[in-house]
Design a protein around this ligand. Structure first.
Ligand SMILES: Cc1cc2nc3c(=O)[nH]c(=O)nc-3n(C[C@H](O)[C@H](O)[C@H](O)COP(=O)(O)OP(=O)(O)OC[C@H]3O[C@@H](n4cnc5c(N)ncnc54)[C@H](O)[C@@H]3O)c2cc1C
Length: 202
């Protein structure tokens, strides 16, 4: 083999190697969420996350929804796991971010450090708005108040500080402690009234 063919062969093999190392790679990682393991399959292309599939999770479908949509999109956009989680889904967020980090470690990918700002301003929302009734807190009481006011013809806004609505009402056992319930009937308690219930509660 002459000098020229040796050189050509080494250039060709270097090119082949670089095209192999540049190929997208998918690895799996696991983190611990609120209700168990969260497993993700992450695809990296040249050190950048291009896709995240959530392979396994037992998180609350409503409370953790934004972890698997908004937070996932932010991780891909910033190529970082050093970003804010979703308020109200702290453990689910941490489990998800840990899972992505574990997948990156497995792939030998170094993710980006904390980005400057990951929050997007909602420019479509008018700064000054006017309503007849402003209800603060979108739990059971807030929804009931808002629906009642709306049904009476008021222009109503219902404000919630968390990224999801529902409050404690959403995670409650939904047993209704009221006068005249089936429990009281079964126990032969027939003299309770809404007024007595209100007194008891106070
Ligand atoms: C695990 C669990 C199980 C339960 N089981 C039962 C049961 O079986 N039976 C029963 O009768 N009760 C039960 N309860 C209690 C019941 O859930 C609550 O009493 C009830 O949900 C309270 O309703 P609420 O609308 O007042 O508050 P919430 O449903 O908690 O709603 C309040 C909302 O206001 C929001 N908020 C607070 N401050 C602000 C602010 N400054 N700006 C904007 N939004 C704000 C909160 O984020 C929240 O979404 C349970 C509670 C828990 C936690």
């Amino acid at each position: 083999m002459n000098k020229f063919s040796v050189l050509t062969a080494s250039v060709l093999s270097a090119l082949m190697l670089s095209s192999v190392s540049a190929a997208p790679v998918t690895t799996e990682g696991t983190g611990v969420g609120k209700h168990g393991d969260i497993a993700v399959a992450v695809t990296f292309d040249n050190g950048k996350i291009t896709k995240i599939d959530v392979v396994q999770n037992k998180e609350n479908k409503v409370l953790a929804q934004k972890v698997f949509t908004e937070l996932k999109d932010n991780v891909i956009r910033t190529n970082s796991v050093e970003i804010d989680g979703i308020a109200g889904a702290t453990f689910s967020s941490k489990g998800f971010l840990d899972a992505v980090k574990a997948a990156a470690d497995k792939a030998g990918v170094k993710l980006a450090a904390k980005p400057a700002d990951t929050k997007k301003a909602d420019s479509a929302m008018a700064q000054n708005q006017s309503y007849d009734v402003v209800v603060i807190g979108a739990g059971g009481a807030g929804f009931a108040a808002a629906v009642e006011a709306k049904s009476k013809g008021a222009n109503v806004v219902l404000l919630e500080k968390m990224p999801t609505v529902g409050g404690n009402s959403l995670i409650s056992g939904a047993e209704m402690n009221v006068a005249g319930s089936w429990v009281q009937k079964n126990l032969n308690i027939n003299d309770d009234t809404p007024e007595r219930f209100a007194e008891d509660t106070l």
